[in-house]
Design a protein around this ligand. Structure first.
Ligand SMILES: [Cu+2]
Length: 214
């Protein structure tokens, strides 16, 4: 393929992407201090000066214990969400949190715990397991209904966002400093924003040893 053909193809792809971007889309790109895409960062948009739309039904979410780890590692939920903690492993787990936003424990169990846990206070909850010390996961409990967790490419997307003023909060479990929340305006035009976060680089969940805890 000649260079000009490649270039034309790329341009065509670019224009398709641009054409596909509809008004009201806001894309966030979160990077670490070295400029590498940062996965598992929470991006929260809190509408300012607007009344939050009341949630008709209580939201539900799931954090599995699978392969001797929590899945997903980071969850973002709206305050009032009920979270289920199904155990898909053959090993029993004992899930707990000592975080102020929600203290609870689910004693040693298999399969499905008796009832989901309601997360009724905004804040951060760190999860652990009494049996497997290395197990960890985080829940970001948001006052807003607008939040997303970045993917492997460090991307978070908001679609069909109403124009207005928002307070932006970005959070990561391994952040070295808290990024101050900042007010931002959104004009309904497709927008791309990029932010950098200083994080500690460590494996998010060490690979469990075979047979450990069983
Ligand atoms: Cu466990």
């Amino acid at each position: 393929m000649s260079l000009s053909v490649i270039f034309t193809t790329l341009c065509l792809l670019c224009s398709l992407v641009a054409w596909n971007a509809t008004a009201g889309d806001w894309q966030f790109s979160i990077l670490d201090q070295y400029g590498a895409p940062l996965e598992d960062a929470v991006v929260e948009l809190l509408p300012l000066g607007q009344t939050e739309a009341a949630t008709e039904t209580s939201q539900q979410a799931t954090i599995k214990q699978q392969g001797l780890n929590f899945v997903p590692f980071v969850s973002a939920v709206q305050v009032g969400t009920l979270i289920d903690f199904p155990n898909l492993d053959r090993t029993r787990h004992h899930v707990y949190s000592f975080s102020a936003a929600k203290m609870f424990e689910i004693q040693l169990y298999h399969d499905q715990p008796e009832a989901p846990i309601e997360f009724d206070t905004p804040g951060i909850v760190a999860l652990g397991c009494n049996i497997h010390d290395y197990m960890e996961a985080y829940i970001f409990i948001s006052e807003s209904h607008l939040f997303a967790v970045t993917d492997e490419q460090g991307q978070a997307h908001f679609h069909a966002l109403p124009k207005g003023d928002y307070q932006l909060t970005i959070w990561h479990p391994f952040q070295q400093q808290e990024l101050a929340p900042q007010p931002l305006s959104f004009s309904e035009l497709p927008k791309v924003s990029q932010y950098q976060l200083d994080v500690i680089h460590r494996p998010k969940q060490p690979t469990p040893q075979r047979g450990f805890g069983s």
